[in-house]
Design a protein around this ligand. Structure first.
Ligand SMILES: NC(=O)c1ccc[n+]([C@@H]2O[C@H](COP(=O)([O-])OP(=O)(O)OC[C@H]3O[C@@H](n4cnc5c(N)ncnc54)[C@H](O)[C@@H]3O)[C@@H](O)[C@H]2O)c1
Length: 250
């Protein structure tokens, strides 16, 4: 599917990442349907994208998002617990918990429900994309990529686009164009069986291991390591403090 044909995006899993992903796509003008498994999860996402810490209300107050843009984005957002509501989506971005079997099952179901031309993307932090795509049709495998965003999504502008040997060039180009339409900076990354993580998390993990070694060897304290990385590299957070690490809420 070409990027100009992407109008309706399904976000599957509306948690920490899915809410942010839904938010940035609605702000970019896409119609977005968030699918989750319970009404409570849906309500939490609905609250997060409007009133949450990284929600649109605060962006408007800080002058980072126009009031009219926020209103139209809210209009473009829909919520469901029924997978069949995603049948006419042009693109799916999956953000369910980091569990290979769960992701495989979710995509197998989506493959049977969502129109055959739709692009599928996973926001996995580190699972090999080809393994996540294992249970979809051979055709859909050509329309399958990873799109890895960073938390909190409305603030962090990174998107790693992970391509497999099966991903078609059109699929890769469309994923890049959609990410760029949401004002993300795209880094390309090859899917590599036998590895875990893409660019951001692999490098962060290696740096964190070194930081832990410095602590274990009695060379520097956690506090001094965090301080050095934050002040010396302008990182917003480092490894140990309550804002440190990947996956933690800021
Ligand atoms: N949290 C992070 O910092 C971060 C960063 C980058 C990528 N990721 C990746 O994003 C994905 C989601 O992580 P998260 O932190 O947002 O998790 P989360 O637990 O906050 O959200 C997951 C959501 O998926 C829903 N869900 C569970 N099963 C489902 C199903 N079958 N169908 C639809 N929805 C379902 C849950 O109800 C929940 O709302 C994971 O793969 C994770 O590795 C997380």
């Amino acid at each position: 599917m070409r990027s100009e044909d992407i109008k309706h995006i399904g976000v599957v899993g509306g948690g920490v990442m899915g809410g942010g992903i839904a938010q940035i796509h609605a702000i970019a003008g896409y119609r977005v349907t968030v699918k989750d498994i319970s009404d409570q999860a849906i309500e939490e996402t609905r609250y997060a994208v409007v009133d949450g810490k990284w929600g649109m209300k605060r962006s408007v107050e800080k002058g980072k998002l126009g009031f009219d843009n926020a209103l139209s984005a809210i209009d473009l957002l829909g919520y469901t617990t029924d997978t069949s509501d995603l049948s006419d989506c042009d693109m799916i971005i999956e953000a369910v918990p980091e569990d290979l079997e769960l992701k495989q099952d979710v995509f197998a179901e989506l493959d049977g429900v969502v129109k055959p031309t739709a692009l599928f993307a996973s926001n996995t932090s580190g699972i090999v994309i080809q393994e996540i795509a294992e249970n979809v049709s051979e055709q859909r495998k050509t329309q399958f990529v990873g799109m890895h965003y960073s938390n909190p999504v409305p603030v962090m502008t990174m998107c790693e686009v992970i391509y497999t040997p099966q991903s078609s060039q059109e699929t890769i180009d469309t994923a890049v164009a959609v990410a760029e339409n949401t004002k993300r900076a795209v880094s390309m990354c090859k899917d590599m069986p036998g590895t875990r993580g893409f660019i951001l998390n692999r490098i962060f993990r290696a740096a964190r291991e070194e930081a832990m070694k410095l602590v274990d060897d009695g060379i520097a304290t956690e506090e001094d390591i965090d301080k050095a990385m934050i002040t010396g590299r302008n990182w917003p957070a480092a490894f140990f403090g309550n804002r440190g690490g990947i996956g933690k809420q800021w």
